[in-house]
Design a binder for this molecule. Structure first.
Ligand code: BDR
Ligand code: CA
Length: 312
């Protein structure tokens, strides 16, 4: 039986690749729905981009829901400097014709968890945690019903990418992250420590192009666009495919390694707001609440990604 997942996302080129990877893997993953949240760009664009990606994958039937337009306690911070004005800059894709669902994303998350047997639905947040935290606040019974939360966010050794101390997804809504990390649900974290190893080098991009498919061309063009920012910033060989790490973990967890440790979220300090304070060295007696990943087998990751995307 494929594992049932909900992808909560703010596309974003790397979110788009994550969605494609999930939709290319129906034997292992049953995507129940895609919930959009404000993050890389405002909600009006993330919900539209999610539908563009579903149509690219040949899945106009996928239910896509719009969720929260702003973080719980602060104004939205966006990342057009990375993803472009549309959030999916690079190749030009047609506006989607598939519908946006009427139901709010938070209601979809709550209703789905309540209607499913406990421990059978996994949440995959790829953006700020506003939708998930709002669902947990509104329906405190659902956290205990979640099979696992596998999320992209945070950092330990890599520290921050949007501020010196904080990773973007957590920084945008630290209050939401605090609720999620304190929820008691089993959590697996893909921090920058892992995602900065999932770098699209020129041969990887060439591999996407060599598929000779529309999806391959789009992914190559997106990663080319997205790449320019990280190349300039880090002097790295390519763009980090952050969000696909979440889906790759569901498909082949053995390619990742990490530690089950305590992770707390800083919400107060102006200098370090949004920092994931991970007790990597286990120097406190705070109870572990998350599997915090530290490494991945990058070659295996790209082999999986290329093989799956070629199916679309
Ligand atoms: C995260 O922030 C976004 O820009 C990416 O889509 C990813 O989810 C990386 O910090
Ligand atoms: Ca994202």
């Amino acid at each position: 039986m494929p594992r049932q997942i909900i992808i909560d996302t703010d596309p974003g080129q790397d979110d788009a690749v994550a969605i494609l990877l999930a939709l290319a893997s129906p034997a292992e993953l049953d995507v129940l729905g895609i919930t959009a949240v404000a993050g890389n760009v405002p909600l009006a664009l993330t919900q539209k981009n999610a539908r563009i990606v579903c149509e690219l994958a040949g899945r106009p039937d996928m239910p896509v829901f719009a969720g929260c337009a702003a973080p719980l306690a602060h104004t939205l911070v966006t990342a057009e400097h990375v993803h472009g004005k549309s959030g999916l800059d690079g190749p030009v894709l047609p506006d989607p014709t598939m519908p946006l669902q009427d139901r709010h994303a938070v209601d979809f998350i709550i209703d789905t968890l309540r209607a499913s047997a406990p421990g059978t639905v996994t949440l995959c947040p790829l953006g700020p945690l506003t939708n998930i935290a709002t669902a947990f606040q509104r329906a405190p019974d659902i956290a205990a019903r979640v099979q696992e939360i596998v999320l992209m966010g945070g950092a330990y050794f890599q520290v921050g990418n949007i501020t010196p101390a904080a990773e973007f997804n957590i920084y945008v809504d630290p209050e939401a992250a605090k609720i999620v990390f304190g929820s008691g649900a089993p959590i697996t974290v893909m921090p920058l420590d892992v995602t900065h190893k999932a770098l699209t080098t020129a041969p990887h991009v060439a591999g996407f192009r060599a598929m000779g498919t529309h999806v391959g061309d789009m992914v190559a063009a997106w990663t080319d666009f997205f790449e320019r920012f990280d190349k300039e910033k880090y002097g790295s060989a390519g763009a980090p495919l952050h969000d696909p790490c979440v889906i790759a973990y569901l498909l082949e967890p053995e390619m990742f390694s990490g530690r089950h440790v305590n992770v707390e979220i800083e919400t107060v300090s102006p200098l370090t707001r949004g920092m994931t304070v991970a007790d990597w060295w286990r120097v406190t007696d705070r109870a572990p609440n998350a599997m915090f990943m530290g490494d991945l087998d990058a070659e295996r990751f790209f082999a999986l990604l290329t093989e799956r995307l070629a199916r679309l």
